[in-house]
Write a protein that binds this ligand. Structure first.
Ligand code: FAD
Length: 680
């Protein structure tokens, strides 16, 4: 076909599911020249994934823009798992109740609980977030399909090279919005719309170009977020390891009408027909997973033979003698579980990446596909955004941490799925319950220890300074009190996803003059860190210009600014540039908020903000102190983090909230070299 258009972009994303949208959010946040396409005419509206894990919520909280708050307002919170069995007398009996959410008093792993909400709503909130931060400039191009791919490896080491070439084709309306055959797999039939939010009742977005239009686009970086049947994975000729199981499930999202007492608790009903699974949802919906594995008989199974009526009829048998009926079914489908991992998630030249289901496929019932996909998209998104913005010293070493960090997660995810559901993808409630407890740190997203790399420096860290904050793991969030304003704050909010690294100065007992002197000495060193080529002192920190580590051109070459002039920065890609590092302090001197004011601390901790600032910054000094009116702000953060309350510690939190480095207040050389290895 005739090529109507030729173009270039820094970053190209194929697929606007959960993984692609998270990566796209970073491009919008950092003002990167990027595009995202999806062959479908609309985002997901109902059905698909519905389980959210605490770690994903932490990412949303850090992304800001109200994404996490909107999700919390609409979602269903998981509390107790309730399991039932049918005994020999034919009666259904509840055999146990298990607390699913953590004990938030003794062990505080996260501010968030596991919840359920439709994938479509999550996609809606991320899309709205992208729209807001890019002021409508960055949009998903829908009804556009990636058709051909070529790669010129000779350009991959050229920083200005565009080694990737794609042909894009604009689809017709019927291609972009295919009508599923009645009763066919992925029916997505809305039997009735229930009480769907108004902003979901949208119409497909018409593509910008006429159907059949062909465009050739060249890109510096490519992220394939194109799902389980990934087109890009096939272009790269990556094989998948694993197999399709003989586990077949019918799934329906209904507003139930039943006298079964636990329909709004997650749980299982085990009978001689197999095990049915109940997942309560927002808006009075319940998802019911009905097993059809017996029908599969170990063979590849013709899913199109199962209709919604079959699913309902079989579900009724599980629930009997209780009744089950509904008037609203928002979505239903039939699927056969596959457990597979792609042989790689990153091309050797560090220009092409795969994220989400394109890398890992497994049972939807494990409730992790969407979460892991979003976490992949977030991880690869910030890294490529930083490289595209020109902030990174050794781009290959930096980008290869994506595979180093996320590929083991993909493998572990499929292993976890096999442990929970066996090689046949079936559910044994007792096995599920046992392993759910054993693996819950992993499944909630906390127990992810990224290996040593330019971003994870165990070798230069002093782990003994903060034994509870393992270098490589995600930061353990806690609620703390702002020293000057008495506002309570989860650390998720302190670590905004803005591309900056954070030096968290665990300042210890600053009511002791000796300890305050240590704090001041470190701050002085960080503020006047090094002389630049013209002999001016540069600063590591974002509140003191000129910065040592910044984007693109070195600030001293920027003739629009003179030394000491404080630039007003509104966005990372806008001139003048910003520092990549921000400093905040959490001290342990309880009851000191009256005796010490912010002005007793070094100016690096309250000096002007760079974002449209007109006064002092009262938000970056916090205290680990209990308040009687909030049980999460319990003054035990230092204990959980394993930090000495008198002497404190220094912790580097990466832009994705993983711990990158830990040391003492005297270890500023190691601290600075951590950044000097990564940043330009
Ligand atoms: P997808 O969401 O599949 O998105 C890929 C996108 O790429 C699609 O929009 C597609 O149109 C587009 N695309 C593909 N090829 C091209 C091309 N050549 N050109 C342009 N666009 C292209 N996960 C959970 O975490 N929790 C759950 O509770 C859960 N429950 C589930 C229940 C069911 C019934 C199902 C089916 C899935 C469930 N999942 C769950 C899994 C979850 O839906 C997926 O893991 C998640 O959607 C993967 O996100 P993704 O962005 O990687 O891929």
């Amino acid at each position: 076909p005739e090529v109507a258009k030729q173009s270039k972009t820094d970053v190209f994303i194929i697929g606007a599911g959960p993984a692609g949208l998270m990566a796209a959010w970073w491009m919008a946040r950092c003002g990167i020249n990027a595009r995202i396409i999806d062959k479908r005419g609309t985002k997901v509206i109902n059905g698909h994934a519905d389980g959210l894990r605490p770690r994903t919520d932490e990412l949303f909280a850090s992304m800001g823009g109200g994404i996490q708050e909107k999700i919390e307002a609409e979602s269903y919170m998981f509390e107790n798992l309730k399991n039932w069995v049918r005994g020999p007398d034919g009666k259904l009996t509840r055999i146990h109740t298990q607390l699913l959410c953590r004990n938030y008093v003794d062990d505080l792993p996260s501010p968030f609980l596991p919840t359920t909400i439709s994938q479509g709503r999550i996609e809606r909130f991320i899309i709205d977030g992208i729209d807001e931060i890019s002021q409508g400039k960055f949009q998903v191009e829908r009804g556009v399909m990636a058709d051909t791919f070529t790669y010129d490896a000779s350009l991959e080491n050229d920083p200005n090279g565009y080694p990737i070439e794609l042909t894009l084709r604009t689809l017709s309306d019927s291609e972009a919005n295919p009508k599923p055959a009645p009763g066919a797999f992925g029916g997505r039939d809305v039997v009735a719309k229930g009480n769907m939010p108004r902003d979901e009742l949208t119409h497909p977005t018409a593509p910008k170009e006429a159907p059949g239009t062909v465009e050739v686009v060249k890109a510096r970086y490519l992220i394939g977020c194109d799902g389980g049947h990934s087109w890009l994975r096939r272009q790269l000729d990556y094989k998948t390891e694993g197999s399709t199981t003989d586990s077949v499930w019918g799934t329906m999202d209904i507003i139930p009408m039943t006298d079964f007492p636990d329909i709004f608790f997650p749980g299982f009903i085990k009978t001689d027909l197999g095990t049915l699974m109940i997942i309560p949802r927002e808006r009075n919906l319940t998802r019911i997973y009905v097993p059809f594995s017996d029908e599969a008989n170990g063979e590849r199974f013709d899913r199109s033979s199962i209709t919604l009526e079959n699913i309902v009829a079989k579900a009724k048998k599980f629930f009997a003698p209780y009744t089950l009926d509904f008037k609203v079914c928002e979505w239903w489908t039939v699927y056969q579980v596959g457990q597979r991992v792609s042989e790689s998630n990153q091309h050797p030249g560090n220009r092409i990446f795969l994220a989400g289901d394109a890398v890992h496929m497994h049972s939807p019932k494990v409730g992790l596909g969407m979460n892991t996909s979003m976490q992949d998209g977030y991880n690869v998104g910030w890294k490529i955004a930083m490289v595209a913005a020109g902030a990174i010293r050794d781009e290959n070493a930096f980008l290869s941490t994506y595979a180093g960090e996320r590929y083991p997660v993909a493998k572990q995810l499929v292993k976890f799925d096999r442990t929970l559901f066996g090689d046949h993808g079936k559910v044994d409630p007792e096995n599920f319950r046992k392993n759910h407890v054993e693996f819950r740190d992993f499944s909630d997203g906390f127990k992810l220890e990224y290996p040593e790399s330019v971003l994870v420096s165990q070798s230069t860290s002093k782990q003994t300074a903060a034994t509870g904050l393992t270098v490589g793991e995600s930061f353990k969030h806690h609620r703390v009190l702002a020293h000057a304003t008495s506002q309570l704050c989860w650390t998720t909010k302190l670590f905004q996803s803005d591309g900056r690294f954070r030096i968290v100065l665990m300042a210890g007992d600053v009511s002791e003059p000796d300890q305050m002197a240590r704090v001041k000495k470190l701050c002085d060193q960080l503020e006047s860190e090094k002389k630049d080529a013209s002999g001016k002192e540069t600063s590591l920190l974002h509140n003191r210009y000129p910065y040592r580590f910044t984007f693109g051109q070195h600030p001293t070459q920027d003739k629009t600014l003179s030394t000491g002039q404080h630039p007003s920065i509104t966005f990372l890609h806008e001139k003048p540039r910003t520092s990549m590092i921000s400093l905040l302090a959490i001290h342990s001197a309880v009851k000191s908020t009256e005796s010490l004011t912010v002005f007793d601390f070094p100016a690096a901790l309250y000096g002007p903000f760079d974002a449209g600032y007109h006064g002092y910054d009262y938000t970056r000094i916090l205290v680990d102190e209990a308040v009687h009116y909030d049980r999460y702000c319990d003054g035990r953060a230092y204990d959980r983090w394993g930090i000495d309350r008198t002497r404190g510690a220094v912790v580097v939190v990466r832009p994705d909230m993983h711990v990158g480095w830990v040391g003492d207040l005297e270890d500023s050389d190691a601290l600075v070299s951590y950044f000097a290895t990564i940043l330009k």
